[in-house]
Design a protein. Structure first.
Length: 87
């Protein structure tokens, strides 16, 4: 499992096309051509891949918190998604 560090995130430069850096537990950092960086959680909903955004880096800096935060976010997001499926 790839784990993003603050150094790797800051070093990620924009490219001609949008790309992602994996953090593990279905969390990704999406880097746009304009240089903006978005935290995303990927999941499957009704057989289709979907994404949930947590905001932009560095405004939302998941990596500055406890190392287990990204795993906790993935778990809570999945619980929320499963609860919504039941409704």
């Amino acid at each position: 499992m790839a784990v993003l560090t603050d150094y790797k995130i800051k070093a990620a430069k924009s490219k001609a096309k949008e790309y992602t850096l994996k953090d593990g537990n279905r969390l990704f950092l999406n880097i746009h051509p304009n240089g903006s960086k978005y935290w995303l959680f990927r999941f499957s909903w009704n057989g289709k891949q979907s994404r949930l955004s947590f905001g932009t880096y560095p405004t939302v800096d998941i990596k500055k918190h406890d190392p287990c935060v990204s795993k906790q976010i993935a778990n809570y997001s999945m619980e929320f998604i499963l609860a919504c499926k039941k409704v």
